[in-house]
Ligand binder design. Structure first.
Ligand code: CTP
Length: 217
């Protein structure tokens, strides 16, 4: 029998875009490839997969139910609406801050204005909210992309957000590692660490999903 047969898995993927006005937004370099590969790998193991995707132009993996969203707030609502599930994998690069207001009209330069200050407010933490939910999934898996001190920062997130696993990868100070087709992940739990890759994102995703499946009762 497939290792994830009968399991409901929810994966978030891609960036979020936080609108400033009708033509501008704050975004990030996430390509969505890792999250889409995880959704495909979980489907391959027999899971019923819902993929909550930020704005990316990737094809939907076969057999996956996809929900497209744009902002962190929309992603929060969409993910919460999928609960309960057995496994939540937060692979999306969710914006930590969003503009306090969205200007209804395009912002115009003002004569003599040498700069522009945007007021940003914190977004809600989807991963932490899933982990603290009354109908918490059996396994909650986070991601951490770090430019330095990977293990210390990843372990801090594992504890602070009350996760079961966190998959960390090092990204270059120039942002490299985001658009790539290959990846290396170090997966931390409370006790130890497992390195997956370097390999294609598809292979790393398969290894990660195998590791998750082995932890389900
Ligand atoms: N995450 C989330 N909701 C947010 C922010 C992040 O669900 N509003 C999730 C991401 O999907 C990912 C993990 O949290 O699984 C990333 O942790 P985070 O602390 O946000 O990392 P960074 O944005 O890199 O933050 P920091 O500046 O603290 O390193």
């Amino acid at each position: 029998m497939s290792a994830l047969a009968g399991r409901r898995v929810v994966v978030s993927a891609g960036p979020t875009f936080e609108d400033i006005d009708p033509v501008r937004f704050l975004g990030n370099r996430s390509s969505g490839k890792m999250g889409f590969a995880i959704a495909a790998a979980a489907t391959g193991l027999g899971a019923q997969v819902t993929l909550v995707a930020g704005p990316v132009a990737l094809p939907t993996p076969a057999g996956v139910a996809r929900i497209d969203v744009r902002s962190a707030a929309q992603m929060h609502d969409a993910v919460m609406a999928t609960l309960p599930c057995d496994v939540y994998i937060g692979a999306a690069a969710v914006a930590d801050y969003t503009p306090a207001t969205i200007a209804p009209d395009k912002l115009k330069k003002q004569p003599g204005q040498g700069g522009l200050t945007l007021e940003l407010v914190r977004t809600r933490d989807i991963l932490a909210d899933v982990a603290a939910h009354p109908r918490r999934p059996r396994l909650v898996v986070g991601f951490a992309a770090e430019t330095r001190d990977v293990e210390a920062y990843a372990r801090a997130k594992l504890a602070a957000k009350k996760l079961d696993l966190i998959a960390a990868n090092r990204v270059g100070v120039d942002g490299s590692g985001f658009e790539s087709d290959d990846n290396t992940l170090v997966v931390f739990d409370a006790d130890g660490a497992t390195t997956l890759g370097p390999a294609s994102k598809a292979d790393v995703a398969t290894q990660l999903v195998d590791l998750i499946a082995a932890r389900l009762p």
